[in-house]
Ligand binder design. Structure first.
Ligand SMILES: Nc1nc2c(c(=O)[nH]1)N[C@H]1C(S)=C(S)[C@@H](COP(=O)(O)O)O[C@H]1N2
Ligand SMILES: [Mo]
Length: 413
């Protein structure tokens, strides 16, 4: 078939879409490395928690964890400003330093091949044109979110709680794209690869795989829009996989290759990395060895107080509003409880608008602090299948799955 001609025709009809892409797809400034000079630094609640704040292209000032690869953390205050995390505040995590700094949305293609009847290739515009658009709101959270709070400390990106964000995604169902290519009878997994290449030949290319059953589920999308705009380049422009309820490691960015496999993926990033202890807790003791591991998957339930910082002094003698967010792995939040006395007494909070079971759920409550007293503020979320947060932190060597009830200590003056 005359592919170029076909492409041209579709591209022409989608020029508006593509022009937006061309504008949004360039990161010329990134070549310099560490972004603009930092205005200031922020101290996260951990040893060595000092982070520069810096602006990267298409981003407001965020906490810089590393600059090669780019890893940026969202300040907690952002989560208090609305249930949706704005694109320019959304955290950034790449594994490899060679992130393309320029993507031409006009030329970009995603290729579907492997154990399919008909290998296919689409531009983002063709995807948007040829398949039914699907929209949903979902939390994207790094498996290692909050890793820096592990005790004893573990190796890996030392995130506080800001390696997460909640966005409204628009795209097409992966299932429909797979069906168009036609799965062969021996297809068992689907592997996703992004446009970045490893900096060294020995470095395994970042790829992630999903079992067919998960890949074919209703809500797994190839997204071309985030909060009504093209994705920021650092968040995977022009296409990324969205696996609602699952940890972000599976949400492959700059997605340009989908390979259907007839066997379990042996690539490092799926076969060796991102594994959790195969027990109900996903934890082990620091000196425990030879624990069987399984791939990380669905997120657990978490909540955060977003309007009061740890160590804050608050005015005594009047009502203090307490608000925050909660989310889980896709069952939806049933309720959020609040305690001002370190967990001895709990009250029910009021939940905000329901944006669907994969979204942040806002909650709020209030209490009256008394002069000269100290308070330990706790939020505890419970999902619709009765799962709740833990009271003791779990430990595993990769720093995954933290969902302990967090404590905010304040005093009233
Ligand atoms: N192509 C590509 N996609 C990727 C990654 C990557 O390194 N390369 N990292 C994954 C991990 S571990 C996380 S936490 C999320 C981060 O998504 P964000 O940068 O949009 O916040 O992207 C995922 N998708
Ligand atoms: Mo991650």
């Amino acid at each position: 078939m005359n592919r170029d001609k076909d492409k041209e025709a579709v591209d022409e009809s989608r020029r508006g879409f593509l022009r937006a892409g061309a504008v949004f797809g360039s990161l010329a400034l990134l070549r310099g490395g560490a972004g603009n000079a930092s205005a200031t630094t922020v101290r996260l609640p951990m040893a060595n928690g000092e982070r520069p704040l810096a602006r990267y292209p298409q981003k407001r000032a965020l906490l810089v964890l590393t600059s090669r690869p780019v890893q940026l953390e969202t300040p907690m205050a952002v989560f208090n400003q609305g249930v949706i995390t704005p694109n320019d505040a959304f955290f950034v995590r790449w594994h490899l330093a060679n992130v393309p700094t320029r993507i031409d949305g006009h030329r970009f293609t995603i290729r579907i091949h492997g154990r399919v009847k008909q290998p296919l290739e689409f531009t983002p515009a063709q995807l948007a044109n040829d398949f039914e658009p699907v929209e949903l709101t979902a939390v994207c959270q790094c498996s290692g979110n909050s890793r820096g709070l592990f005790e004893p400390r573990v190796a890996g990106g030392q995130w506080a709680n800001g390696a997460m964000g909640n966005a409204h995604w628009k795209g097409v169902r992966l299932r429909e794209v797979l069906d168009k290519a036609g799965l062969r009878a021996d297809a068992v997994q689907v592997r996703f690869n992004g446009a970045e290449a490893p900096p060294l030949p020995q470095t395994p290319d970042f790829m992630k795989s999903l079992d067919m059953e998960i890949a074919r589920s209703e809500d797994v999308l190839i997204a071309y829009a985030m909060n009504g705009a093209p994705l920021p380049l650092l968040n995977g422009y022009p296409l990324r996989l969205v696996v609602p309820g699952w940890y972000a490691t599976y949400w492959v960015k700059m997605l340009d290759e989908i390979e259907v496999l007839s066997h379990e993926d042996q690539n490092f990033w799926t076969a060796k990395a991102y594994r959790i202890p195969a027990n109900a807790c996903g934890c082990l003791k620091p000196d425990e060895e030879n624990v069987p591991l399984v791939p990380i998957n669905r997120m657990n339930v978490r909540s955060f107080i977003t309007n009061i910082a740890d160590g804050a002094q608050v005015p005594a003698g009047r009502e203090l509003k307490v608000r925050g967010i909660a989310f889980d792995g896709g069952f939806g939040i049933k309720r959020v409880l609040f305690s001002s006395d370190g967990g001895r007494h709990w009250i029910q909070t009021r939940l905000g608008k329901d944006h669907g079971q994969y979204s942040f759920r806002e909650w709020q409550t209030h209490f009256q602090p008394h002069k000269g007293r100290s308070y330990s503020l706790l939020a505890l979320a419970i999902n619709t299948i009765g799962e709740s947060q833990r009271f003791t932190p779990r430990w595993n060597p990769s720093g995954y799955l933290r969902n302990v009830v967090e404590t905010i200590k304040i005093s009233a003056v």
